[in-house]
Structure formats: structure tokens, C-alpha cells
Design a protein around this ligand. Structure first.
Ligand SMILES: Cc1ncc(COP(=O)(O)O)c(C=O)c1O
Length: 367
């Protein structure tokens, strides 16, 4: 089976981990070991911002970014429902109320116009997601936020290497949150990082991740243990160097799929533009006006034939039992339609050209 995503780990990562294990410093009590610090510096350079604070997961990154943006119990955060559950989960953990806005059906990302309609006097933060590697429409979102005195925290968990107006994503929002889970464009096994240009935010983030401490045994605020280990950071340093090649290969595979599938009138192929350049974490297509059953049949058939297609996301968050019970009913027609029509195909950098051709041929045959 061609898997939907695959971590690409080489000898360099294995050597880097072995070196850490042999040196004995596996982690540091304040989360500021030499590998973590070097990784933060390199990642900040990559995003072109002044600070990066490494943590243990992307979910922790979102939680801490919301806390350091000043979220208080009952504050509303506007976010899409068509995303991985961690985006909303972080809002709830931070004491906020998730308020779901509908998407643009072409990009699958939150629609800025829908955001405006959801703003109330309790709104504090806008939380767009760069879904499948495609940047959310950050410029209008940041303009709305600026005019209403709101913060923008970007969920860039799936989008390492994506660009907005030619610049790396992550620099427009007040902070951006990244994941290094194994299916992401680069991985540390589990891991996350927050990037920001805000000095105060960076300082509070680095305390929040380690028990609210600046110095040991003297907590200045309520904190957490969300530290990244030296082992994870050692892998991250190597993966970050490889990231531009990984993204270039993903882009090549995505362009090839688009070329091979472009005559299939039943399919709507993923959007990408000069303004919003995808980093292709997933190649997500839509079966136009199909039933959910029909889409599931196609995915099942692809899998039977060796193509690890998958549906992200079969349940939008507002329809999940916990969120429905606690945060009320929503009618998000574009989100609900997308969840019934989409499925994703592999474009990861481990694919041979012949495998990309096989994926397209198999799908065409099934259609
Ligand atoms: C959009 C999105 N947000 C947040 C996360 C959470 O990241 P992690 O799994 O590292 O906690 C993920 C990844 O799994 C994600 O895809």
C-alpha cells in the first residue's frame, strides 16, 4: 500500500540521535538545551521571524500561543470546523469558547467574510488553519483582526514551507503554531514550535512551557511541562535542513497528479496560486456533487488497489458529540458539503514518479 504520508528518516537523523544519547544530556530542566536552542534559532530563521519556542506537540503549541495571547475564560475564538480536532481542543483547554466559521469551498480554508459575521464583543482571537499545506487567506484576516483589536494565532501545523505572497507563512499572524508529528512535512516524531515577532510573547511562551519558570523552583505563573527534548531537537535540526527538498518533491508530485487528473471532469483538483503557495502536506480532491457513500466507495476501491487514500476530515468538529453538546449547533453548509466530498491522495517525498503515475491511473480507472 502506498501510504498517505511517510516520515523520511536517514542516516543523518540516526547519527544525530545517537550523538545525543552518547553525550548524556537528553533534555534540559528549563527546556533550553543546546540542541533545542539551535533548533529554535534555525526555525525562526526559516520562518523569518525573531523568535521560535519549541514544545512537545503541535497541540501544546496552540494551547500556549492562546494563553500567551491573553485568552481568559469565556473569550471567544473564531476558527474553522474543517480541521483536525486539536485546533478546537486547544481553545477549550485554554478556557476559551470555539466559534466555528464556514470555509471557502475552493481552498477549504476559513472564509474571511464568514469570520466577520461571527465577531461579537466576546471575540478575542482569530485562529485560521493552513489546511493540507495551503495558507489561509491571511491578509484580509489580519486586516479584520487589526480593525477589531483581535489577535491572530495561525495553525500552521500542516504547512511548513508554504508561502503567502511569496513570503514564508507564519510572519503575518501574531504567532504561528507548528507540529512535527510523524505525518507532517518535517518531523521530530512528536513535537511542536511557536513562532512570533513579539518579544513579550516569546518570553511568556518560554516560561509557560516549563512550569512558569525563568529560574528553577521559582514559578512566576501557572505553567506546564511542554518541553521538547534534546533528542527531538537533534532530529528537527536535520529535518529542517532537508525541508526545502521535501517540499520541492511534494510540489513536483502534486503538479504531476494535477496534470494527469486534469481531464477528469468529476474531480475538482486542489487550488494553489502565486499568492497562496501550498506546501502540499496532502493532495485533497473533491468528487463534484457526489454522495458521501459514493466518495467512500472510491476511497475503499483505491485502498483495495494499493493506494492509501484517506478522508480528512470525515467529521467536521462542530458535528462531533463533545463539541455539539458543549458549544451548540452550527449550520456550516460549505464545511458539511466538503466533508462529504473530499479525499486525499499521497504526494509525500518518498514517492517514485512511477508511483505517482500509478495513483493517477488507479483513480482514473475507478472513476
Ligand atoms: C491542523 C492541525 N492542528 C494541530 C495539530 C496538532 O499537532 P500535534 O499532533 O503535533 O499535537 C495537527 C496535527 O496533528 C493538525 O493537523
Amino acid at each position: 500500500m502506498i501510504s498517505i504520508n511517510l516520515p523520511i528518516i536517514g542516516e543523518e537523523e540516526i547519527r544525530a540521535v545517537t550523538d545525543v544519547l552518547k553525550n548524556g544530556l537528553l533534555t534540559s530542566a528549563l527546556g533550553t538545551g543546546p540542541k533545542v536552542t539551535a533548533f529554535e534559532q534555525e526555525f525562526a530563521k526559516f520562518v523569518n521571524v525573531s523568535h521560535a519556542v519549541a514544545v512537545n506537540t503541535g497541540t501544546s503549541a496552540l494551547h500556549l500561543a492562546l494563553v500567551s495571547a491573553g485568552i481568559k475564560p469565556g473569550d471567544e475564538v473564531i476558527l474553522p470546523s474543517f480541521t483536525f480536532v486539536a485546533t478546537a481542543e486547544a481553545v477549550v483547554i485554554a478556557g476559551g469558547i470555539p466559534v466555528f466559521a464556514d470555509i471557502d469551498p475552493l481552498s477549504f480554508n476559513i472564509n474571511p467574510k464568514e469570520i466577520e459575521e461571527k465577531i461579537t464583543n466576546k471575540t478575542k482571537i482569530i485562529l485560521p488553519v493552513d489546511l493540507f499545506g495551503l495558507p489561509a487567506d491571511l491578509k484580509p484576516i489580519c486586516e479584520i483582526a487589526l480593525s477589531r483589536n483581535l489577535a491572530v494565532i495561525e495553525d500552521a501545523a500542516q504547512a511548513h514551507g508554504a508561502r503567502y505572497s511569496g513570503k514564508p507563512i507564519g510572519s503575518l499572524a501574531n504567532a504561528a503554531c507548528w507540529s512535527f508529528y510523524a505525518s507532517k512535512n518535517m518531523t521530530t516524531g512528536e513535537g511542536g514550535i511557536i513562532t512570533t515577532n513579539n518579544d513579550d510573547m516569546a518570553e511568556s511562551l518560554s516560561m509557560l512551557r516549563t512550569h512558569g519558570e525563568k529560574t528553577k523552583y521559582s514559578s512566576l505563573m501557572l505553567g506546564y511541562n511542554y518541553r521538547m527534548s534534546e533528542i527531538q531537537a537533534a532530529i528537527g535540526l536535520i529535518q529542517l535542513k532537508k525541508l526545502p527538498n521535501f517540499v520541492a518533491k511534494r510540489t513536483k508530485n502534486a503538479k504531476k497528479l494535477t496534470k494527469l487528473l486534469s481531464k477528469e471532469t468529476q474531480l475538482e483538483l486542489p487550488a494553489d496560486s502565486e499568492c497562496m503557495t501550498s506546501s502540499w502536506n496532502l493532495y485533497t480532491v473533491k468528487i463534484k456533487d457526489s454522495s458521501e457513500k459514493e466518495r467512500d466507495r472510491i476511497v475503499e476501491s483505491l485502498r483495495k488497489n494499493g493506494v492509501g487514500a484517506a478522508v480528512y476530515y470525515i467529521n467536521p468538529i462542530h458535528l462531533m458529540p463533545f463539541y455539539k453538546e458543549n458549544f451548540g449547533s452550527y449550520h456550516l453548509p460549505k464545511t458539511e458539503k466538503a466533508a462529504k466530498e473530499v479525499f486525499s491522495l499521497p504526494v509525500h517525498p518518498g514517492l517514485e514518479e512511477s508511483q505517482v503515475e500509478f495513483i493517477a491511473e488507479t483513480l482514473i480507472k475507478i472513476l
